[in-house]
Design a protein around this ligand. Sequence first.
Ligand SMILES: *Cc1c(COP(=O)(O)O)cnc(C)c1O
Length: 401
Amino acid sequence: MSTTADAIRSADAHSAHNYHPLPLVVASAEGAWMTDVEGRRYLDMLAGYSALNFGHGNRRLIDAARAQLERVTLTSRAFHHDRFAEFCTELAALCGKEMVLPMNTGAEAVETAVKTARKWGYEVKGVPDGHAKIVVAADNFHGRTTTIVSFSTDHDARDHFGPYTPGFEIVPYGDLTALAHAVTENTVAVLLEPIQGEAGVLVPPAGYLRGVRELTRERNVLFMADEIQSGLGRTGRTFACEHEDVVPDVYILGKALGGGVVPVSAVVADRDVLGVFRPGQHGSTFGGNPLACAVALEVIAMLRTGEFQGRATELGEHLHRELNLLVGGGAVTAVRGRGLWAGVDIDPSRGTGREISEKLMELGVLVKDTHGSTIRIAPPLVISKEDLDWGLDQLRSVLGA
Ligand SMILES: *Cc1c(COP(=O)(O)O)cnc(C)c1O
């Protein structure tokens, strides 16, 4: 029996089956490449859903983490520590905002944004207590907590996890008219992904984000952009909202903020929004810990150079040019995305997204399927053009294109 089969059988026996991973067992990784327990190498074209934008084992990030590991790793927020102010100042500056509320996972940051919007609604906007509404989009993905799945439209994510948290209104993504109708005087926020990742890398119609910005400003409603997957370089800009020159009121960040090393998330906004919190009203033991701050500070410094956004733009144009050549040839029905990020709809005659992902894995390329017939491509932004081309060759080969 192979080491791989043993490891998978053992994982299946002792872990909850809330995931359906591809059948490989990773032992190490560097840059855009992973090596399994039997020494086989794979090109990582998923990058932990953008948590690994800077690649595996990035030297700068590992060095920053290691240096901090030797000094202090956790204080809790009961005490100040000497990386905290620097982290908040730098992240706020990167976002062009005044304040940061650090958490750990993406779902926690979304929860924090929901609480921020409600509190702002009652204390600043003047919505009657208990009546705040938040408008969200159909097919969203914002995480897995009880409140967040309450406004999911995905049956797997939602079913049998009720009773659900009230106070959310769901409208079709990309539809400004529907959004305008859903916003009432009790609406405190519109919460959206600027590009819907889990839904299949759905880019909204041109002008949508700008329309959301104008509508929310006119109606005194917060525009909260979940940039957990779309932000921090992936689309060729620091934030996907920049593609429409839009600045939301609230940025929700996670994934790449932790550099693929530790979970780091944050809500970033101006003082008139995040200033609503007083001691004891929200928090997290690990949120803003010294190790997280040290790694995130290095991530922010790397984003400051524009190098990674530039790579995503350049390699992304190449990726989309190559993928678009496949459309209409019988294997691929549509390609969407921005920067180094693509959703590829496979013609069902060539197999399901899962089957394509498994065949690609056998050829040494790792991607992830979503919604039956779509695969997601999002390699680390450090991938070389040669490796990207090699990955695309394997995709063409699997699709018979
Ligand atoms: C991954 C993701 C989340 C949830 O982040 P976790 O760290 O898994 O809790 C929320 N929103 C978006 C857009 C995501 O991609």
